[in-house]
Design a protein around this ligand. Structure first.
Ligand SMILES: *Cc1c(COP(=O)(O)O)cnc(C)c1O
Length: 638
């Protein structure tokens, strides 16, 4: 066995590469969290966290929210903008907003609003429900509330209600007809709106969301429509209401060049509008600030080739350069970063509840009388091949024997028992081949795939569709690592499967040693010892997009605050219970109480018929009711 250390583990799993300064492998081999990067003395050990969650009687899987991480991210975005603005002698301010759609959980939005208070950090809403939320939650009069997305008359009235309440509500016009509606209602209510226009950009973001930009983008006005809008407002005596220019070229921008291009295009539109007599106060550069999910700092879809500081510098200096050239004032800058604010703050802890190996069962393969020649053939292959034989040849022969055997079985020439023997020998040969080529420099392509077919599947107590929707829907990569035992060599090659009855319910994209692979090394399961994996960077989108596939509902949540005086450096501030079986049944229009009653009647009937003893009947009734009230996920271990 080769040496193993936590440095090796760090190289393999890259925790600090994607950890954003918050996560790393601790000296004891457990993953540690430093929720406030400026105060390294606060360190939370995941093992301590798991123990405390269990002591509280909270069942796994759980979502863990580190509220301090959320606060740190808000502070870091705002102070970076402030610092760069000062350094660049930029005369506008930064007035960011958090787009609620990225994670609408009340506790998350409240924490962001609270942490953003000193920076006048506001909210962005993209739908009526989000607008209603933002209206109630954002009570800082100096911060912006920006309304994007398609709007009806009610949305406009809600926005104008915000104006009445003294808020800086900005209605961003996404299509021309919205403008007519807004002007009509504003006049009727005699309230001055703050109006923004969203520009369709010719620049496309790079990455999965590049369709958000370009001429076929779903949202935004063309240049001609922007000019028409400005002129119409002027005609209506409302030219002064036009205050903001908005664009958003996509989420998870992988390449900084797209940001630069969008800024120079946007800055030119702003400058010319200014010269036409429309003195806008704000330029809103939208979202898109990426997250390095795979830790590669590259233009991979799951990464980004820039840092927060570089992004901010490109926005500030890019805007300044154009404005200075055009001799127009520097506008206040708005950005709508959601992913970057929320991704790190939450993770899912799931327990590995079992191992599936397709080739683990073996039957006795000693020669039997009158056995079919196919069994003999493959046995001879196994007995006689050695390191002088070509690996490819052994692989081809064994595969051919197995295929022939299957055909022969279907034609009733081979018995079930004989087929079982052939399978057993086949997988033994494959395992030997794999051990053999582990030390070879050149490995034929077909054989490389053996790594995958011989790997284990670790069964995780969670649902991909609930907790990691994007890994299924758009192949999003999320980092997954064991939370403990990093000081042991992970000797089992795995893929991870969930407990839904869907073969798509699996994770098979990992970052391992700076590469993206389909297998993840994990530690062997030990009897009587719980083993947990952490699915990280789930705070953006994943937390709130999950669905009800197989009726697995929302996860139990624990909300963590750090506290330096605490021996473990943290405390659980709140436990939010996940869905019970009756909760999810209610959503699907069932009536759990009636169901419990129906099952009780069936049990009573069996009791009357003498098939179940009365006491036993009561126990069965209670059991069914307890399961209805209980968690939807597997109940495991202690
Ligand atoms: C989704 C969205 C955002 C958030 O984008 P991130 O990439 O998560 O920062 C911002 N603005 C608009 C208009 C959006 O639709």
């Amino acid at each position: 066995m080769s040496e193993w250390s936590i440095e090796e583990a760090e190289k393999l799993y890259g925790v600090s590469r994607w950890g954003g300064g918050y996560f790393e492998v601790g000296e004891n081999g457990n993953v540690h969290v430093t929720p406030v990067p400026s105060d390294k003395s606060i360190r939370i050990d995941f093992q301590a966290l798991i123990d405390e969650i269990r002591d509280e009687g909270v069942q796994f899987p759980v979502v863990v929210r580190f509220h301090d991480v959320l606060r740190s991210q808000v502070a870091s975005l705002n102070t970076t903008f402030r610092d760069v603005i000062t350094e660049a002698e930029y005369t506008g301010k930064y007035q960011g907003v958090y787009p609620v759609k990225v994670n609408q959980m009340r506790e998350v939005v409240e924490e962001i609003v609270d942490a953003g208070e000193p920076f006048d950090y506001g909210l962005e809403a993209g739908s009526k429900a989000e607008l209603i939320t933002a209206l109630a939650l954002n009570n800082n009069e100096n911060s912006l509330t920006i309304l994007n997305g398609y709007k009806d008359e009610e949305c406009m009235r809600l926005a104008l209600l915000g104006r009445k309440l003294g808020r800086k509500m900005v209605v961003v016009v996404e299509k021309y007809t919205e403008l007519l509606l807004l002007v009509k209602i504003a006049k009727e209510l005699e309230i001055d709106p703050i109006i923004g226009v969203r520009s369709k950009m010719t620049v496309k973001g790079r990455g999965k969301w590049e369709g958000s930009g370009g001429e076929r983008a779903k949202f935004g006005l063309t240049i001609a429509e922007i000019i028409k809008t400005a002129r119409y407002l002027e005609e209506q005596g409302m030219g002064h209401c036009l205050k903001l220019l908005h664009f958003h070229i996509g989420s998870q921008l992988t390449d900084i060049r797209a940001v630069k291009e969008a800024i120079s295009e946007g800055a030119r539109i702003y400058a010319d509008l200014h010269k036409m007599g429309f003195a806008l106060d704000y330029v809103d550069v939208g979202g898109g600030l990426g997250i390095d999910y795979d830790g590669s700092a590259s233009t991979n879809e799951s990464s980004r080739n820039y840092t927060l500081h570089e992004y901010v510098a490109d926005v500030v200096y890019g805007m300044k350069e154009v404005c200075d050239l055009e001799k127009v004032p520097h506008p206040n800058l708005v950005s709508e970063s959601g992913r970057a604010i929320t991704a790190h703050h939450s993770c899912v802890i799931t327990e590995i509840v079992g191992e599936i190996r397709s080739n683990s069962a073996e039957i006795d393969t000693t020669p039997a009388e009158n056995e079919h020649v196919f069994v003999k053939n493959i046995r001879e292959l196994e007995d006689y091949f050695d390191e002088q034989t070509s690996m490819q040849e052994v692989f081809n022969d064994a595969s051919q024997y197995k295929e022939q055997a299957l055909d022969a079985f279907k034609l009733r020439v081979l018995s079930l028992e004989e087929l079982g023997k052939i399978e057993t020998i086949y997988w033994r040969i494959m395992s030997r081949l794999r051990t053999w080529y582990a030390n070879e420099e050149y490995v034929p392509e077909e054989l490389q795939e053996l790594d995958y077919s011989l790997s284990s599947q670790y069964l995780c107590n969670f649902s991909v569709f609930q907790s990691a929707a994007d890994t299924w829907a758009i192949d999003q990569l999320l980092p997954v690592v064991p939370l403990t035992r990093m000081n042991e060599k992970p000797s089992v090659n795995c893929t991870l499967v969930d407990i839904t009855c869907d073969s798509d319910g699996k994770l098979d994209q990992f970052t391992v040693g700076r590469e993206i692979t389909d297998i993840l090394p994990m530690h062997p399961l030990k009897n009587g010892e719980n083993y947990y994996a952490g699915l990280f960077l789930t705070g953006a989108y994943q937390d709130v997009m999950g669905d009800m596939h197989n009726l697995f509902g929302r996860l139990n949540e624990v909300h963590i605050y750090s506290h330096d005086d605490d021996p473990q450096d943290f405390y659980i501030e709140e436990v939010v219970k996940g869905s019970s079986v009756q909760d999810v049944l209610n959503i699907m229009q069932y009536n759990p109480r009636a169901m419990a009653y129906d099952v009780k009647k069936l049990i009573d009937k069996q009791v009357s018929a003498g098939n179940i003893r009365p006491r036993e009947g009561v126990r069965w009734t209670d059991f069914y009711e307890n399961c209805l009230a209980g968690y939807t996920y597997l109940k495991t271990g202690r």
